[in-house]
Each structure stands twice: as structure tokens, then as C-alpha cells.
Design a protein around this ligand. Structure first.
Ligand SMILES: Cc1cc2nc3c(=O)[nH]c(=O)nc-3n(C[C@H](O)[C@H](O)[C@H](O)COP(=O)(O)OP(=O)(O)OC[C@H]3O[C@@H](n4cnc5c(N)ncnc54)[C@H](O)[C@@H]3O)c2cc1C
Length: 381
């Protein structure tokens, strides 16, 4: 399995982690605690030296967290784990030749690889292209863009959020309650024809709708689309809008399907219950880029986080030449805590819902504990 540097200056990795996402940080944690399996050469390929934790972005917008608060220091984790960090973006995968090519043309040969790159924005594909369109993915780029708009006090007076899922709802609350903004931005949430918070219990949707109305956020249950440079929904113009944020869910990266690896119909990398590729057993994946074939799994950070330790165990087994056996079995319901930006939050757990400042306190406690765990592992706390 060992792969070494070759004469054409390819990078060689026995084990290659592609994407410093919410699952791979758990793999790095495992390697910090127990060492990289068998002392093999490990490489992490990811574009940024830090991972932005999306759960704290709405809290940052309303001034509950500093911009630097919700970051996991991937560079420090990699250093501590004895993993070589290569800053770059995977643009192509050849699963047969065991080769990844970066967007800037570097080649990385691997023995075993694991992918946790997240999905890509699909706002332009769904709404049409427009200079005012901002994708929520990558989330780090969204934060940079919103931070510079906020600093220049331009471009955030009238905001439209497209997408009625949990991310879109929280961004609507966050932007309506934007810290330091006077007057507050006018915010419209265009949920799509599927309505507000599809898949959530009726009581959660009712609480969210009441909170949106209370906050003065317009809610339109139609699909939005740019037509001749005008943003339209349900036959009505939503202009003027100076920023349109697409929180319209994850699309599969094009390089996954182009690689010939097994994918689901939407192009996400198909994995079994052990997060191993169906077609290429030396490839693993977790998080939004992966699609479990044994059970449907929503694209949510919570699943990437909980699949991380399972992935770490299976990579260890596979690198020892054994059959991976660890399985990520999600709980029947996932806990969602939606920050309403006014000092309160809405709790959703299957059919159960609640709201209040204690829910926000619980959210902050969970989020900060997750960040603090990785700060400790990175040697920063
Ligand atoms: C505003 C907002 C709030 C949210 N809140 C929640 C929440 O409270 N709870 C929840 O469960 N979910 C939440 N989500 C969804 C959650 O953000 C995603 O499901 C989660 O980030 C997916 O994790 P991941 O590890 O798959 O990918 P990511 O977290 O997107 O990590 C991917 C990593 O791979 C890197 N990368 C990307 N492309 C490449 C490439 N080509 N090559 C190499 N590296 C690459 C990225 O830089 C990043 O480091 C929220 C989303 C939004 C937009």
C-alpha cells in the first residue's frame, strides 16, 4: 500500500484525506490520540487551513460570537497528527489509478483515500445567474462576503434568502437581527414550493413561522428565479434586492460523477454502512459528499460529526488490511436548535418542539463544547 514520491514530483500518500470537513476532523483527532495507523504517510488536501463550523454562523451575524469563534484549526490538527497538509482543492479523481488532481494541476497518488469535501452550492443552477447571488457553500466564503458587506455598510439593506430549510431560516433570522445594523435589513425568505422547514414536525414549522412574522421577515412559499435580471417568485417581482443568498441545499461536486466511482442518482459518492465506496473499496466518504445506500441520510453537519469516529475506526481497520466493520447508525431523530437571533432558539427533535432562551443557551453550550474539544486537540486551549 505504501506510495512514495515519484520522479515527476507527484505527492505520495499512503492515506489521503480529501476535505477538512466535520467528519475528517474526528479522523485527525483519532490520529492525534493514537497515531497515524502503522506510521504510514498521511496527507490532508483541503483549500483552507481552518474549517468554518456552520452552526455558529447565525450567532456570529447577530453578535453572539466573534468571527474567529467558530473555526477549527485544521493546520494545527494536521501538524499534531503528523499529517502533511496540502492546501488545494480536489478537481479530479481517478479511482483506478488512485490519483487525485488539484484545481491547480498537482497530482496526489494515494493508497487509500477518504472524502469529506461537503457539497457545492446549486443556487445558480436553480435560480439562474446574477451578480447579486451569493451561495451559502462554501460557508467560509459566505462569511467573508457578509463580513465585508457589513464592514462597508453596503449591500445588505434588502436581502432575499432562497431556501426554506434550517440553514435558510437561521440565515434569515441572523440577517434580520444583524449586529450593528441600523436600520435593520429588510429580509424576505423565499422557501420554495416545498414550504417552510420541509421534513420538520408541524409544531416546529408553526413556531418558526410565528417567530419569522414577529421578526418582520416576509415569507413566500414559492420558487424564486431570476428572469431577465429580475428576481421573481410566484409571478411577483421581489425587487429591489441587493443581495440574494441561495440556501438551496447541496449539489454533488462534478468531479465525483466524472471519476466513474459509484454514485447515487444525484451524483453523490455512494457508500455502504461502513462509509466505504460501493465500487472502490480503497475509497471512503462521509458528510454531505457521500450518499448512504442502506438508508437515507439528510445532508446535515450532525451526521458528518457523528460519522467521523466510525470513519476513523474503519480507516484504521482498512489500513491494517482488515475488513471495516464499524457502522454509523443515526438516532431515530436528530436534534436541531434553530437560532432565532433575538436571544432565543427553537428546538426540534422528531415530533417534539420547544423554544426559549434556554434553548439558545443549550445550543451555545453544545457548539462551544465541540469547538473547544478541537481547540484542545490543536494545543490551543
Ligand atoms: C447557515 C447554515 C447553518 C447550518 N447549521 C447546521 C446545524 O446547526 N446543524 C447541522 O446538522 N447542519 C447545519 N448546516 C448544514 C451543515 O453545514 C453541513 O451539512 C455540513 O457542513 C456538512 O459537513 P461536511 O463535513 O460534509 O462538509 P463541510 O463542513 O462543508 O466541510 C468540507 C471541507 O472540505 C473542504 N473542501 C471543499 N471542497 C473541496 C475540494 N474540492 N477539495 C478538497 N477539500 C474541499 C472545505 O474547505 C471544508 O474544509 C448548516 C448549514 C448552513 C448553510
Amino acid at each position: 500500500m505504501a506510495v512514495s514520491e515519484t520522479s515527476d514530483a507527484r505527492i505520495g500518500a499512503d492515506v489521503l484525506l480529501v476535505g477538512g470537513g466535520h467528519a475528517h476532523v474526528a479522523v485527525l483527532a483519532d490520529w492525534i490520540r493514537r497515531g497515524v495507523p502503522r506510521g504510514l504517510r498521511a496527507v490532508l488536501l483541503t483549500p483552507e487551513p481552518a474549517l468554518r463550523y456552520s452552526g455558529m454562523v447565525p450567532g456570529w451575524l447577530v453578535g453572539q460570537h466573534a468571527q474567529s469563534d467558530g473555526l477549527v484549526d485544521l493546520a494545527a490538527l494536521a501538524r499534531r497528527a503528523g499529517v502533511d497538509l496540502v492546501l488545494g482543492r480536489c478537481a479530479a479523481l481517478d479511482p483506478e489509478a488512485r490519483l487525485v488532481t488539484t484545481a491547480d494541476g498537482r497530482a496526489i497518488a494515494f493508497g487509500l483515500a477518504s472524502f469529506d469535501t461537503g457539497g457545492e452550492g446549486q443556487g445558480a443552477a436553480l435560480l439562474g445567474d446574477d451578480p447579486r447571488l451569493v451561495e451559502v457553500r462554501p460557508i467560509g466564503a459566505l462569511v467573508e462576503r457578509l463580513a465585508s458587506s457589513r464592514a462597508s455598510r453596503r449591500g445588505l439593506s434588502r436581502v432575499v434568502i432562497a431556501g426554506g430549510g434550517a440553514g435558510g431560516v437561521e440565515l434569515a433570522f441572523g440577517l434580520r437581527n444583524l449586529a450593528g445594523a441600523d436600520p435593520r435589513p429588510e429580509v424576505t425568505l423565499v422557501t420554495g414550493a416545498g414550504g417552510l422547514l420541509p421534513g420538520f414536525a408541524g409544531s416546529v414549522r408553526a413556531r418558526a413561522l410565528r417567530a419569522l412574522v414577529r421578526a418582520g421577515i416576509g415569507v413566500i412559499a414559492e420558487d424564486a428565479r431570476f428572469e431577465g435580471g429580475v428576481l421573481m417568485a410566484g409571478g411577483q417581482s421581489l425587487e429591489p434586492a441587493d443581495c440574494v443568498i441561495a440556501a438551496t441545499g447541496s449539489a454533488a461536486p462534478a468531479w465525483v460523477r466524472a471519476s466513474g466511482i459509484a454514485t447515487d442518482a444525484a451524483g453523490f459518492l455512494s457508500v455502504d454502512a461502513h462509509h466505504r465506496s460501493l465500487s472502490h473499496p480503497h475509497i471512503f466518504a462521509a458528510g454531505d459528499v457521500a450518499a448512504r445506500i442502506d438508508r437515507p441520510l439528510a445532508h446535515a453537519g450532525v451526521h458528518a460529526v457523528f460519522a467521523g469516529p466510525v470513519l476513523a475506526a474503519n480507516l484504521r481497520e482498512a489500513l491494517a488490511g482488515k475488513r471495516p466493520t464499524a457502522t454509523y447508525r443515526p438516532r431515530r431523530h436528530s436534534l436541531y436548535l434553530l437560532n432565532t437571533g433575538d436571544g432565543s432558539a427553537i428546538l426540534s427533535y422528531g415530533p417534539f418542539s420547544a423554544e426559549g432562551c434556554w434553548v439558545l443557551a443549550l445550543k451555545h453550550r453544545i457548539d462551544k463544547a465541540w469547538i473547544a474539544k478541537y481547540a484542545r486537540l490543536a494545543g490551543k486551549a
